[in-house]
Design a protein around this ligand. Structure first.
Ligand SMILES: Cc1cc2nc3c(=O)[nH]c(=O)nc-3n(C[C@H](O)[C@H](O)[C@H](O)COP(=O)(O)O)c2cc1C
Length: 237
């Protein structure tokens, strides 16, 4: 396994996260992300850290990366701020073990009509370990969609990843991404058997609207500083 894809900081982060989720539940995935506003002053807010691009914590995807993912709505201020200045620092405090990870890096925005060629610089941060075609059935709907879109391509297809994340996202979270009306839940129970695209004929227009607003923020990590009461500050990257 390439150490570029599984660097020491990733192993450490995953093991601390597992321990904190066991102690605290999913609130261990909350972190604060800073961006730079147009007037050069900082903006910080809480987000859910969704894990690593093309990976899932309980399901083998065949892929591995050291790129962190956050999901947001394209109307949020942070998207415009990142477009203007991609630099970020994420402060991830895990209360269960009193550890703090300060993660520095740059963010790429994967939105509707994204330009795949602008994401080429991320390829060295990902690796395909196994073809999905060789895997057992019983894949989740999200992973079935990913397999259809990704096919046999050796490089990550970002549309496949954006769709996988959208299908995996909760029905009520998806509903929040519809702005034209109030919607409580947007279920996806099926995918198109050929394209892998999400399907629900009763709410297809609303799903399309939510997908239009659905944005992946992809963090390429360039520094990781860890702090705990017993070890103090330690640079991991
Ligand atoms: C516990 C918690 C989790 C949140 N998770 C997210 C998230 O994953 N993505 C997101 O865009 N906003 C999330 N928010 C809302 C943001 O903190 C923020 O209010 C919103 O994104 C608008 O901020 P912006 O306009 O500065 O981008 C979360 C808020 C809380 C309190």
């Amino acid at each position: 396994m390439s150490t570029a894809i599984k660097p020491a900081w990733k192993k450490w982060l995953q093991s601390s996260l597992q321990e904190n989720i066991a102690k605290l539940g999913t609130s261990a995935t909350y972190a604060s992300i800073a961006t730079v506003k147009k007037d050069n002053t900082p903006a910080v807010r809480t987000v859910v850290m969704r894990g690593f691009v093309a990976e899932h914590h309980t399901e083998e995807t065949g892929w591995e990366s050291d790129l962190l993912v956050i999901i947001t709505d394209k109307t949020s201020d942070k998207v415009e701020e990142i477009r203007n200045n991609p630099h970020t620092e994420i402060n991830w405090y895990m209360n269960g073990t009193m550890e703090q990870f300060r993660i520095g890096g740059t963010i790429d925005i994967v939105e509707s009509n994204f330009d795949q060629s602008k994401l080429n610089h991320l390829h060295s941060s990902m690796a395909m370990r196994q073809s999905l075609q060789d895997m057992d059935s019983h894949k989740s709907l999200a992973l079935q969609s990913f397999a259809k879109q990704q096919q046999q391509e050796q490089r990550l297809n970002w549309q496949a990843e954006r769709l996988r994340q959208f299908i995996q996202f909760g029905a009520s979270m998806r509903a929040n991404m519809v702005h034209s009306q109030q919607v409580k839940e947007l279920e996806i129970n099926e995918i198109d058997p050929t394209s892998g695209w999400y399907q629900n004929s009763q709410v297809q227009d609303l799903l399309d609207e939510a997908y239009e607003n659905f944005v992946l923020l992809v963090v390429k990590v360039s520094s990781v500083r860890h702090w705990s009461p017993s070890t103090g500050t330690k640079s991991m990257l």
